[in-house]
Design a binder for this molecule. Structure first.
Ligand code: NI
Length: 168
């Protein structure tokens, strides 16, 4: 069974901590597997395209992502190591921990990501577009950062397009 967990909102101290590296030995433990299941459930229920563990009050370095495109399967990434590449582009962005708001943020166009999957196996993922944006957003969460820290023109999401803006 997977359970929807409460998503913390801006102001909660866990969102501002640097999350701890996961000990690979911990990954196969039932409680950790439950955390992963619950994070997927919570992301889909929100709904969002990504969710980082600190957003459910677990200060550990993992996130789930499902951008629903043709190139990327839903994934959990544990202890991610991120490399960015390409041009800097301005994007519209939102966050489940800052509900109802959007802002404009500059991010890199492309990412390459390595880490561990839910079996503790090494994985390598890459992409651009929404996938790249979401990965950068989630890794920021693991470092205690929120998009509003450096976004311009943070405002209530009023139009339909803004309401649909990737929430992660
Ligand atoms: Ni977020």
């Amino acid at each position: 069974m997977a359970y929807v967990r409460e998503i913390l909102t801006e102001g909660h101290p866990t969102l501002r901590k640097i999350a701890k590296r996961v000990d690979p030995k911990e990954i196969r433990e039932p409680l950790f597997q439950q955390l992963i299941d619950d994070m997927f459930e919570t992301m889909y229920e929100a709904p969002g395209v990504g969710l980082a563990a600190p957003q459910v009050n677990v200060s550990k370095r993992l996130f789930v992502i499902d951008v629903r495109d043709d190139e990327h399967e839903p994934a959990v990434v544990i202890n991610p190591k991120l490399e960015t590449d390409g041009d800097e582009i301005e994007l519209k962005e939102g966050c489940l921990s800052v509900p109802g708001m959007v802002g404009d943020i500059v991010r890199k166009e492309r990412v390459t990501l390595t880490g561990l999957d839910r079996n503790g196996q090494k994985i390598r993922l890459e992409g651009d577009g929404l996938f790249a944006q979401c990965v950068q957003h989630e890794v920021d969460h693991l470092d205690g950062k929120l998009y509003i820290d450096r976004a311009a023109n943070v405002r209530p999401a009023l139009t339909e397009e803004e309401k649909e803006t990737a929430e992660a």
